[in-house]
Ligand binder design. Structure first.
Ligand code: ATP
Ligand code: MG
Length: 262
């Protein structure tokens, strides 16, 4: 079983959209996939799927009332999912330290467990990171998003979670955007996908229908299929080039020195 967490420094960069739609692509390819909504405070997965609030959620599991098997639901295309609770009432009762074992217990029945993390560096994001064998950092092509992504990389390094790669989402292909090769060298990880800004994604979110099911031929969906092929190992990701000097490298060394690395 591969457990992959989609994480980010900045919020709203597309983690839930990517986690859910990648899960659907892998499920359609015949893989056994469960997507887990580990964004315990801002549960969005069920909303994006357009499903009703679930009776038993990850909140019940982390409150010690249920095992995770009780919180698995059947989604479209053979995908399974574990939602988080929509209520904020019992957030203080959740024991994040239960999350890694709960995720591990999904191992037997799955080829992939995809974990949708909250953004930032809080204890909920750290718990999500700890449960995964691999992390994919999602970011948008702006310097602030890069600075935030670097902090997440430092957290992953500290927790010993391997960074499989980076996804650059909401790209307009504009020449002012960070170039994938620069990104790879600063993050010391391959760029596994550049996903375009695509109005079909926002429409699908508004309609509560996953974009790969609603608009499978849209530019975003096509780019996500290419990313899925890389995750499946059908095409080797571009290796990060040697570190380059310049503005991006100096942001990184500044962050490393602030966080006590190197
Ligand atoms: N490539 C894209 N093109 C256009 N809109 C996008 C794209 N990717 C995501 N979006 C939109 O951006 C919004 C945020 O996406 P999403 O909820 O997946 O981000 P997130 O990183 O999970 O956010 P949070 O940090 O709050 O959990 C949604 O409305 C979604 O439809
Ligand atoms: Mg989200």
């Amino acid at each position: 079983m591969r457990s992959i967490v989609f994480t980010s420094g900045k919020g709203g960069v597309g983690k839930t959209t990517i986690a859910l739609n990648l899960g659907l692509i892998l499920a359609r390819a015949g893989k056994r996939v469960t997507v887990v909504d580990a964004d315990l405070q801002m549960a969005n997965l069920g909303i994006m799927l357009g499903v009703d609030a679930a009776p038993i959620t990850l909140h019940n599991v982390l409150a010690g009332e249920n095992v995770i098997a009780d919180a698995i639901y059947q989604g479209p295309a053979g995908l399974k999912y574990v939602p988080s609770g929509l209520s904020t009432e019992r957030l203080d009762k959740l024991d994040y330290s239960k999350l890694p074992d709960a995720i591990k217990s999904l191992g037997e029945q799955n080829d992939f467990v995809i974990i949708d993390s909250p953004p930032s560096l809080g204890k909920d994001a750290e718990a999500a990171m700890k449960c995964a064998t691999e992390a994919v950092i999602v970011m948008t092509p702006e310097p602030s998003s890069l600075a935030d992504a670097l902090k997440v990389k430092i957290m992953a390094d500290r927790l010993g979670t391997k960074i499989t790669g980076i996804i650059l989402n909401m790209s307009y292909g504009d020449k002012t955007e960070i170039k994938p090769e620069d990104l790879a060298s600063v993050m010391e990880a391959p760029v596994l996908g550049v996903l375009p800004e695509d109005r079909e994604v926002r429409r699908s979110t508004a309609l509560q229908q996953p974009v790969v099911l609603r608009a499978g031929e849209s530019p975003f969906s096509k780019a996500l299929y290419a990313f899925a092929h890389k995750i499946l190992g059908e095409q080797a990701p571009v290796a990060p080039p040697k570190a380059r000097k310049g503005l991006l490298a100096s942001i990184m060394s500044l962050l490393n020195s602030l966080f006590g690395k190197r």
